[in-house]
Design a protein around this ligand. Structure first.
Ligand code: THU
Length: 132
């Protein structure tokens, strides 16, 4: 699975976005280290805080199927500006990522930025912190 193919899957997932409040559609696709791909979109709620972002939808779908770390996550929101993962999603990504995980922030399948976990959430809170 190439980065381009993963972005196209995120783009396809974005079509399913349920976002009647913000009208901002987001799609995500995660390639797990097992080789399987899971996708997700943002799902909003009349109680705004109950909204689930695309990245979390994709990750929760993956983890509810199999326990694996993320090889690559592709995210696509706006096609004119790069849409970065929100703070809550960065924390959730960190739970299932490692130093090698690639985080692809895409405008489209040809224009994207690649980040590592340390770039988007340095010094993240992990389960190791619970034993300190
Ligand atoms: N959103 C995502 O899906 N992912 C992010 O990382 C940023 C924000 C969604 C949530 C909400 O449905 C809409 O974008 C506007 O905030």
């Amino acid at each position: 699975m190439t980065v381009r193919e993963l972005i196209l899957k995120a783009k396809e997932a974005r079509k399913k976005s349920y976002s009647p409040y913000s009208n901002f559609k987001v799609g995500a696709a995660v390639l797990m280290k097992t080789g399987k791909v899971y996708t997700g979109c943002n799902i909003e709620n009349a109680s705004y805080g109950a909204t689930n972002c695309a990245e979390r939808t994709a990750i929760f779908s993956a983890i509810s199927d199999e326990m694996s770390k993320i090889d690559t996550l592709a995210l696509i929101g706006s096609e004119t500006e790069f849409t970065y993962p929100c703070g809550i999603c960065r924390q959730v990504i960190s739970e299932f990522a490692d130093e090698e995980t690639k985080i692809i922030i895409a405008k489209n399948e040809n224009e994207y930025i690649e980040k590592k976990l340390e770039d988007i959430i340095p010094g993240t809170f992990t389960k190791d912190d619970l034993n300190k």
